[in-house]
Design a protein around this ligand. Sequence first.
Ligand code: PAF
Length: 283
Amino acid sequence: MSTVVARTRDELAVAREKLHGTVAVVMTMGALHEGHAELVRRARERADSVIVTIFLNPLQFGPNEDLAKYPRTFEADLELCEREEADLIFAPSPDVVYPNGDPGIRMSAGLLGAKLEGASRAGHFDGVLTVVAKMFHLTRPQLAFFGQKDAQQLLLIRRMARDLDFDCEIVAVPTVRESDGLALSSRNRYLSALDRESALALSKALHAGHDARTRGSAAVRRAARDVLVAEPLVLVDYLVLVDPETLDDVPEWYQGEAVLLVAARVGTTRLIDNRPLWIGGSL
Ligand code: PAF
């Protein structure tokens, strides 16, 4: 099967009309990897037609971030979409998505968007939610698939869909990992062999925290921190154990669902990872 590529709004409208049944969207910034392939496969299982958007959204990058050097691999992305039988790729340029330049009116991710990733990336989630909202309007899906690796992004997209009555089900897909535990990310390709070895400390720390879950939240934090401090090439931005709905730190006496999140710089690359767990239980 060959995947149709739409670059303009008109091309998208024509191709969207031809899709049948339930339509799912997988939104990406390109540089697709097995994590994206898994999103497309999950979408295929639930929907009759699958759209993949490929758009490197300038609005979600800060002035000192890696927009210019972000990998652009359209031919390989197209191959992956064809292999996974996506029906349609929408790959617009910035002037198609933002025909009037930077939008003066944008989504606000509010207080939740100012925490964790938002604390070091001001405006990042406003930019993410603005483009996600626009892609919802342009592609009109009934289902949208997002990876759990970007836990805060997923939470904010769910909130936006709920709070602003987007008529679309948001489906979470578990993080895909290499066999040694490294979470797949488009940014992994920046890692040198030594960086990559050091980056394993992130998933190992989450694993250690998970192993300590029956001993309470302080034990989870300690176990994860001990792994990270033992790896000198990993510069931790945050390691937090939080309530999955509020992203507030869980107290010492807490029992129940939580998520352990880490962000760190390895060499010049900033990586994030997370693991849901049940404090005092077995999740
Ligand atoms: O997760 C991403 O790749 C991006 O943040 C998204 C959701 C495609 C919006 O640009």
